[in-house]
Write a protein that binds this ligand. Structure first.
Ligand SMILES: NC(=O)c1ccc[n+]([C@@H]2O[C@H](COP(=O)([O-])OP(=O)(O)OC[C@H]3O[C@@H](n4cnc5c(N)ncnc54)[C@H](OP(=O)(O)O)[C@@H]3O)[C@@H](O)[C@H]2O)c1
Length: 326
């Protein structure tokens, strides 16, 4: 029997329940995976509260790392005993568990240098950082980037990658403690957006010009100040909505604020092509294996603490990435 977190209705963290289930044998193209660690992503809260609708009842979670313990018919990319990691399967949420059946094809073999907890903390956030840094915009040394939630899981990976590329990063955070962590990971200037005027500080820090690119994962609370922080024809990347969704957007705003560009990307569209996915994975796992990027795991939980884990994430108590250790 497998231990699994499920929800029978959408709502607050309390809808997450620990249950047991009989998995059965892997079908054609599937493997049975024993998780060692599971990633906790901010996006999990969007599925849990109904922002991203899923059929109910549903499992939870899109990322895990562990060992293949049984393979189904026709599986030839992995074998029993292989260490693997994955992200995805948003149509069948269910990573919050100790064992599960998953399709074999999307599994990524884990380099020997990387432990399971690191893999679970970085497969989704690392691939996201990889497409943000390598596909969204042709960054060059000296470019300026406004990075919201800079001390978060995605934030700390992007900050370190941006430093490798020679960018000047202005990072927003909600506390002084988070500001110190962000600066220790390559953020050049920090802004505490709980009491500072972001666009005004950005204009001061960039001599009135504005930044080239904004990575905005906060959404409703920062959307307008992000647009106001951009240079003429700058790029707004709206990658998440931790503070709530952005309603009633009028494209004329982009013209009024300097012929801006706006994109709302999703990781799935940057890893749909297996060759591109492998290239992005090689690049980010290579940086981590070589020590050029550190994966900070600020919180570790047991599976039975899923409710607390979601509460911590939504109340902005977390630093870096969070994982369940199985
Ligand atoms: N589009 C994509 O492909 C993609 C893929 C992966 C992740 N994402 C997005 O990237 C973001 C970061 O994901 P993550 O898992 O690494 O999470 P995270 O950044 O570790 O956690 C979210 C952070 O958002 C900040 N925040 C600002 N306003 C908030 C509010 N009202 N409520 C809660 N948090 C608030 C908090 O930092 P402060 O306390 O410093 O404000 C919080 O720690 C999320 O928005 C996620 O949806 C997008």
């Amino acid at each position: 029997m497998a231990q699994v977190i499920r929800m029978h209705r959408t709502g607050g963290p309390e809808v997450l329940q620990l249950e047991t289930t009989d998995l059965g044998r892997p079908g054609p193209g599937q493997v049975r995976l024993r998780h060692a660690a599971v990633g906790l992503n901010y996006a999990d809260t969007y599925f849990r509260n109904g922002t991203y609708p899923v059929p109910l009842p549903s499992g939870m979670g899109v990322e895990g790392a562990g060992t293949v313990i049984e393979v189904g018919e026709g599986v030839d990319n992995v074998q029993v005993g292989d260490r693997v990691t994955y992200t995805g399967f948003v149509n069948t949420l269910g990573a919050y568990c100790d064992e599960r059946l998953v399709p074999a094809a999307p599994l990524i073999r884990l380099p020997d240098a990387l432990g399971f907890e690191t893999a679970a903390a970085m497969t989704m956030r690392g691939l996201t950082s990889a497409y943000l840094m390598r596909r969204i915009h042709p960054f060059k040394a000296g470019d300026t980037l406004l990075l919201h939630a800079a001390a978060g899981g995605v934030g700390l990976i992007v900050a370190q990658w941006a430093k490798l590329l020679g960018l000047t990063v202005i990072g927003t955070v909600s506390t002084d403690a988070k500001a110190a962590v962000a600066r220790a990971h390559g953020v050049t200037h920090t802004i505490n957006y709980s009491h500072e005027d972001v666009a005004q500080r950005v204009k001061t820090l960039t001599d009135g010009r504005g930044v080239d690119v904004v990575f905005d994962s906060v959404g409703r609370d920062t959307f307008i100040s992000s647009l106001d922080s951009l240079r003429r024809r700058g790029l707004m990347v709206c990658l998440g909505t931790a503070s709530g969704t952005i309603d009633g957007f009028n494209p004329n705003l982009l013209a009024m604020k300097g012929s801006l560009y706006l994109t709302r990307p999703a990781l799935a569209d940057y890893i749909a092509d297996p060759t591109e996915k492998a290239a992005l994975a090689d690049e980010v796992f290579g940086h981590v294996a070589a020590g050029r990027i550190r994966i900070e795991i600020g919180q570790r939980y047991e599976l039975g603490q899923a409710v607390q884990a979601h509460r911590d994430l939504e109340s902005r108590k977390t630093l870096g990435s969070s994982v369940f250790v199985i």
